[in-house]
Design a protein around this ligand. Structure first.
Ligand code: NDP
Length: 448
C-alpha cells in the first residue's frame, strides 16, 4: 500500500522546508522529497556559503587598512582550502539543523527525486509512489548555461564552493548578482577577474548612480569589464587553461570561466505535463496569489514560480501556503518594498523604486536626495572609496518610496531603513529623527 500524505512537498529548500514544518504544526501528515541535500540553494550553494566567502575575502582589505590603525601585520597569506573547508563544514552543520527541524516536526524525509504523476500521486526515484491530498512543488531554479561549443569546461556558482585551488585568472559571464558578488570575492583573493556581459550594463534594475559607483570602484580594484560581448567557443588547452574565443572583445585566456547568466526554474522532468501544471514561456510554474497552479491540489512556491528569486520571499510563500491550506488562515504574500542586496565589494542595497521608476510613475516632480561621502574608516585608512546613499521621495505625499545605497555594511543598514519605507514614512519623518553619531547610517537622516 502506498503511503498517504495530507501534504507532500517536492524540494527541501527554503520554501519547501518552511511549508512542511508549518503544515505539520497545523496537524497535517507531511512528507518531503529531496534528491540532493536538505536546505536548498540558499543554505547549500548560495546565500550562506557565498556570504561566508564574502567575509573571508574582505579580510584582504581589512588587513591592508589595519596598518593605518597601528597594526603591524608583517605577512598576509591566504589559504583557500582552509576557508573552503570551514565554509563547507558550516554548510554541513546547517544542513543537520534543517534535517532536525523536519524530524522534530514529524515530517517524513524521502532522499529521492520526486515527480508529479497526476491523479494525486508523486513518483519517487526510489521506485516508491505516494498518494497525496495536496502537493507543493518547491524545487527552485538552476543556473542557465547557454549552448556554446565547449560550455562543459565552464562552471557555475555551484562549483565555486568546491574548487580544489583558486584560479589566477577568472572570467565571469553575466553582470548580475552572482557575477558581481564572485568578482569581488575572487578579486580580494588575488585573482585577475574579467566580467563579460552581453549588454553595456551591470545590475540591471538597480539605481543607475549606484551601478555606476560599483563599476567605478570595481575597476579601481582591478576588475576588468567587457561589455556588449559574448562567447563563441571555449577551448580547453592541454595544460588546463581555457582559450575563450569572443565576439565583441578580444579573445582571452583564463584558468576558470564561471557562468552567472541567470537561473531558470527547475521544471525539467518534473511531470508538469502529466499533472496538468501550466508553465510560462520561461518554464516557470504559473500560480495565483495563493500559490495554486493550474492543476487542482498542486501548488508551487519559490524560484520555480519565477516571482522574486529571493530566499525570504520563498519562505514567506511557503508559510502563507501552509497557513492557508492547513491552518484555516488564508493569506497572501505582499511583494511591495522587498529589500534586496548585492554582496559585492562594497555591497549594494536597495528597497522600493529607483529614481527612473519613480519618475515614470509620479512624473518629474519626484524628489531625490543623495549623500556622497567617504566612510570615516576609509578616510583614516587612506582608501579612496566613496559611499553613495540616495532617497527617492514621492512629491505629493512626501513618502520615501525608495532607498538605494552602496558602501560598507549597506545591507545591514538598509534592513532597518526598509521598515520605514514599508511603513510609508515621509521624508519629514526621516528629518525628524536625530542622527546617531558617528555612524554611516546617520547620512539617511541628514540629507537635505
Ligand atoms: P541576474 O539575473 O542577476 O543576472 C544575469 C546576468 O546575465 C545579466 O547581466 C544578464 O545580462 C546576463 N544574461 C541573462 N541571460 C543571458 C544570456 N542568455 N546570455 C548571456 N547573458 C545573459 O542572474 P544571476 O545569475 O546573477 O543570479 C540569479 C538570481 O539569483 C538573481 O536574479 C537573484 O534573484 C538571485 N541571487 C540573489 C542574490 C542576492 O540576493 N544577493 C545573490 C545571488 C543570486 P543583462 O541583464 O545585462 O542583459
Amino acid at each position: 500500500m502506498a503511503e498517504h500524505y495530507d501534504l507532500f512537498v517536492i524540494g527541501a529548500g527554503s520554501g519547501g522546508v518552511r511549508a512542511a514544518r508549518i503544515a505539520a504544526g497545523h496537524g497535517a501528515k507531511v512528507g518531503i522529497a529531496e534528491d540532493y541535500r536538505v536546505g536548498g540553494t540558499c543554505v547549500i550553494r548560495g546565500c550562506v556559503p557565498k556570504k561566508l566567502l564574502v567575509y573571508g575575502a574582505h579580510f584582504a582589505e581589512d588587513i591592508e587598512d589595519a596598518a593605518m590603525f597601528g597594526w603591524d601585520i608583517p605577512e598576509k597569506r591566504f589559504v583557500w582550502p582552509t576557508l573552503r573547508d570551514n565554509v563547507l563544514a558550516e554548510v554541513d552543520r546547517l544542513e543537520g539543523l534543517y534535517r532536525q527541524t523536519l524530524q522534530n516536526n514529524k515530517v517524513d524525509l524521502y532522499e529521492a527525486r520526486g515527480r508529479l504523476a497526476g491523479g494525486g500521486k508523486v513518483q519517487l526515484s526510489t521506485g516508491e509512489t505516494v498518494t497525496v491530498d495536496k502537493i507543493l512543488v518547491a524545487v527552485g531554479a538552476w543556473p542557465f548555461m547557454p549552448d556554446i561549443p565547449g560550455i562543459e569546461h565552464a562552471i557555475t556558482s555551484n562549483e565555486v564552493f568546491h574548487l580544489p585551488e583558486l584560479p589566477k585568472r577568472v572570467a565571469i559571464a553575466g553582470g548580475g548578482y552572482i557575477a558581481n558578488e564572485f568578482a569581488g570575492i575572487f578579486n580580494q583573493f588575488g585573482a585577475h577577474v574579467t566580467i563579460v556581459n552581453r549588454s553595456d550594463t551591470i545590475l540591471r534594475g538597480y539605481d543607475e548612480q549606484v551601478r555606476d559607483r560599483l563599476l567605478q570602484i570595481s575597476m579601481t580594484k582591478g576588475i576588468d569589464f567587457r561589455f556588449n560581448s559574448t562567447f563563441e567557443t571555449i577551448e580547453k588547452m592541454d595544460d588546463g587553461r581555457l582559450h575563450l574565443t569572443m565576439k565583441g572583445c578580444d579573445d582571452m585566456e583564463v584558468d576558470q570561466l564561471v557562468f552567472a547568466t541567470g537561473r531558470i526554474p527547475k521544471t525539467d522532468d518534473l511531470g508538469c505535463e502529466v499533472a496538468g501544471v501550466s508553465l510560462d514561456d520561461k518554464g516557470a510554474i504559473k500560480v495565483d496569489e495563493y500559490n495554486q497552479t493550474s492543476a487542482k491540489g498542486v501548488f508551487a512556491v519559490g524560484d520555480v514560480t519565477d516571482r522574486i528569486q529571493l530566499t525570504p520571499v520563498a519562505i514567506r510563500e511557503g508559510h502563507a501556503f501552509a497557513d492557508t491550506q492547513f491552518g484555516d488562515a488564508p493569506r497572501t504574500v505582499d511583494y511591495d518594498f522587498v529589500p534586496n542586496a548585492v554582496f559585492s565589494h562594497p555591497p549594494v542595497a536597495a528597497v522600493g523604486l529607483t529614481e527612473s521608476q519613480a519618475r515614470e510613475r509620479f512624473g518629474n516632480e519626484v524628489k531625490t536626495y543623495t549623500s556622497d561621502f567617504r566612510a570615516m574608516k576609509n578616510v583614516l585608512a587612506n582608501r579612496h572609496e566613496r559611499s553613495l546613499y540616495k532617497l527617492v521621495v514621492e512629491p505629493v505625499s512626501d513618502k520615501v518610496v525608495g532607498i538605494h545605497m552602496i558602501g560598507p555594511e549597506t545591507p545591514e543598514i538598509l534592513q532597518a531603513a526598509a521598515i520605514a519605507v514599508k511603513a510609508g514614512l515621509t521624508k519629514a519623518d526621516f528629518d525628524a529623527t536625530v542622527a546617531l553619531h558617528p555612524t554611516m547610517a546617520e547620512e539617511l537622516v541628514l540629507m537635505r
